[in-house]
Design a protein around this ligand. Structure first.
Ligand SMILES: [Zn+2]
Length: 55
């Protein structure tokens, strides 16, 4: 087993929008399985579609 582990080893995930890793937060305790974005902003700004030709 590796030594020197941080005091907390919370689960982490990669944001589907910005691609940055984010760590489990208390507010996501109930919906962690459904969380895909690091923030509300990223949740709104979903990844651009391949054919983003709107407008
Ligand atoms: Zn994000």
């Amino acid at each position: 087993m590796p030594r020197g582990v941080k005091k907390s080893h919370l689960p982490s995930r990669i944001c589907a929008t910005c691609g940055k890793p984010f760590t489990w937060r208390r507010k996501w305790a109930r919906v962690w399985d459904e969380v895909r974005y690091c923030s509300d902003r990223c949740r709104r700004e979903k990844p651009a579609a391949r054919n983003a030709s709107l407008g």
